[in-house]
Design a binder for this molecule. Structure first.
Ligand code: HEC
Ligand code: HEC
Ligand code: HEC
Ligand code: HEC
Ligand code: HEC
Length: 485
């Protein structure tokens, strides 16, 4: 009896172990992939290695003077040297270990990562090719994509194949039929349709958590499910043209002419252009400083063209009870704001006054320390880790506790309660839609984390982090009648 009881429990234990093992094996892998297919995981990038090295942009620029001058002042040129990126990268290495840097650099400096030149945060001793970030030889060496082999089949995390050349000769790809002199004896030309698709941008402008496969930045997917994608208005059609042309494209849904394209890749990051210009000026490179400041102006102009505001009264029993503010995404091809939504800040500031100037309502005014008040109506997102706690770092964020952005050609309404005092006939409401790259504290923390070889004071003239500049995207004023009787 006793023996069989032992046997019985032994069987139970074995069964339990087998069962547990089965459960462990059956637990679905978050992102099941073939390791050997992605040698640079967590980046999905691949390198079709040959005897042809990557070519630094300065070399391409000797023949393609115009494209170089346009790209030179762009955020793509600054993608690796960006001090805000370097600060975050430094934190990432310390928190997760070196492996995660492959994911970051697969987008911020693919060539520097693939060749193994970049060893982590910091810029000391790096070649011009590695420093060049998203340079000519990245976009014009793409020969294919790697996302068809993933479970999601979404372009993401650098899912492209780079083939800079073969048999000793560089091969550059563009969507045009090459003429007989194409490449000027330096490179061969190959016609591909890829550069005139949003897929070119998608592999880098769709960022997932390195492990949990959570979409941290979803610009491509936002665009893809919106009205611009349906009418074949691509990222290139708004970001590779000047501001006037971008406005026209967004308003009319008509594509630019061939000759309208420019290598600006201009977006919203006026802060980075400004920092870059300050560093270029300190280094004595006035040409570069000018190019960066022109991108600064363009980014501010772009932000001022992106949205619109409408102010209207809401009456209850004939008396003004609420102010309604409609925020419209006029010209962004994706959500507004997009991309790093848990870092960028776009918010409403409102002030309502009576005839005597007395303030009846106010919300969204920055505090003296540069932070936003608790009750602010803000359009962005809050990230969180697995435990419902607020988080901001991309290796921690695996969900959004709040995600409130405005879809392309969409709007959101915000209501503010108001109590006019007896005798007041009119209320004047002023509303601003404001934007900045990050919360003051977040920017300070990132700049404090830059690797040792970046000297913010010597290179950028920053002894301390100044108050982050704010762009007023839209400012509107409306006089509302208090009583309808
Ligand atoms: C982020 C991707 C990207 C980068 C970086 C990039 N290009 Fe391009 N390039 C494109 C796209 C897309 C087109 C097609 C649209 C067009 O006609 O400009 C293009 C077109 C071209 C053309 C064809 C002529 C033209 O302008 O239409 C040349 C030449 C060229 N690029 C050279 C360069 C050089 C040189 C650099 C670096 C200084 C560079 N590109 C950087 C994406 C890129
Ligand atoms: C799939 C491509 C991709 C990957 C992977 C990626 N990034 Fe980025 N990153 C981007 C793009 C695109 C932007 C620009 C977003 C914008 O400006 O709205 C960006 C912006 C940033 C910025 C803001 C820079 C500024 O000046 O405001 C920081 C910081 C940053 N990335 C850090 C990282 C770190 C650290 C990692 C790795 C843990 C990483 N990124 C991985 C594509 C990527
Ligand atoms: C020795 C001069 C020279 C150098 C260096 C050079 N190119 Fe070109 N490339 C040309 C010429 C000439 C053409 C023909 C079209 C033109 O005149 O713009 C061309 C065409 C192109 C095109 C358009 C192809 C097409 O079908 O119209 C791209 C893209 C391009 N080059 C990219 C690059 C990149 C990227 C580099 C650096 C890795 C580079 N080139 C370096 C001379 C050069
Ligand atoms: C190899 C990866 C890569 C590719 C391909 C790429 N980008 Fe980027 N892009 C980046 C990174 C990384 C940044 C952010 C750099 C930073 O802020 O430090 C960026 C920044 C930008 C910005 C500026 C964002 C801002 O806040 O101002 C725009 C606009 C942009 N890219 C458009 C494009 C378009 C359009 C294409 C396709 C034609 C494209 N990109 C292709 C990696 C890429
Ligand atoms: C109809 C025009 C239009 C199209 C199409 C478009 N964009 Fe934009 N984009 C804008 C405008 C306007 C802004 C500035 C407002 C904002 O930040 O969203 C912007 C901003 C950006 C930014 C900076 C976001 C930030 O706040 O830091 C990035 C990155 C970007 N776009 C990438 C892309 C990519 C990638 C695509 C294609 C998948 C694309 N855009 C398609 C108009 C467009």
């Amino acid at each position: 009896m006793i023996r069989s009881k032992h046997l019985c429990s032994a069987v139970t234990v074995v069964a339990l172990v087998v069962l547990l093992a089965a459960i462990a094996a059956a637990e679905p892998a978050v992102f099941s992939f073939d390791r050997s297919f992605y040698p640079y995981y967590p980046s999905l990038i691949k390198w079709d290695k040959s005897d042809v090295p990557f070519t630094p942009p300065q070399t391409c620029g000797q023949c393609h003077v115009k494209q170089f001058a346009e790209w030179n002042g762009s955020v793509h040129n600054m993608a690796l040297v960006d001090p805000i990126y370097q600060g975050e990268l430094n934190k990432a290495v310390k928190a997760v270990g070196h492996d995660i840097t492959r994911q970051c650099e697969g987008c911020h400096s693919p060539a520097g990562m693939l060749t193994g030149e970049i060893k982590g945060a910091g810029l000391a001793g790096l070649s011009p090719m590695a420093r060049a970030g998203v340079s000519c030889d990245i976009c014009h060496s793409i020969s294919g994509v790697t996302h068809q082999q993933t479970p999601s089949r979404d372009p993401e995390n650098g899912s492209m194949i780079l083939s800079p050349g073969e048999n000793g000769t560089p091969v550059k790809r563009a969507p045009f039929k090459p003429g007989p002199t194409c490449g000027g004896g330096f490179h061969k030309c190959e016609q591909t349709s890829f550069q005139l698709k949003a897929d070119l941008c998608a592999s880098c402008h769709q960022v997932y958590h390195y492990d949990s496969h959570f979409p941290l930045e979803a610009t491509y997917n936002e665009w893809k499910s919106g009205p611009y994608a349906q009418l074949d208005i691509l990222c290139q059609d708004c970001h590779m043209v000047d501001i006037k042309m971008f406005r026209e494209v967004a308003d009319t849904f008509r594509k630019p002419e061939r000759g309208d394209y420019r290598h600006y890749f201009n977006g919203a990051n006026y802060l980075l252009s400004y920092l870059g210009a300050a560093a270029a000026k300190k280094a004595g490179d006035t040409t570069l400083a000018k190019r960066l400041m022109s991108q600064y102006d363009m980014a501010v102009e772009r932000l001022k063209s992106a949205a619109d505001l409408e102010i209207s009264p809401v009456y209850r029993d004939g008396a003004l009870s609420e102010v309604k503010v409609r925020v419209k995404n006029l010209r962004a091809g994706h959500n507004l704001p997009t991309s790093l939504t848990n870092v960028r800040q776009m918010w409403l500031e409102i002030t309502a006054r009576d005839e005597t100037g007395k303030v009846l309502l106010t919300s969204g005014t920055l505090r003296p320390d540069g932070s936003l008040p608790e009750d602010v109506r803000i359009f962005n997102s809050d990230g969180m880790g697995k435990d419902f706690h607020f988080a901001i770092d991309p290796w921690v964020v695996t969900a959004f506790q709040r995600h409130d952005t405005i879809p392309p050609r969409g709007y959101k309404d915000v209501y503010y309660g108001i109590n006019p005092i007896a005798g007041v006939k009119h209320v004047t409401v002023e509303v601003k839609l404001r934007y900045r790259q990050a919360d003051q504290g977040v920017a300070e923390a990132l700049l404090a984390a830059v690797p040792k070889d970046i000297d913010l004071a010597a290179q950028y003239g920053l002894d301390k982090v100044p108050r982050l500049p704010v762009v007023d995207m839209v400012v509107k004023e409306e006089k509302l009648v208090v009583s309808k009787h």
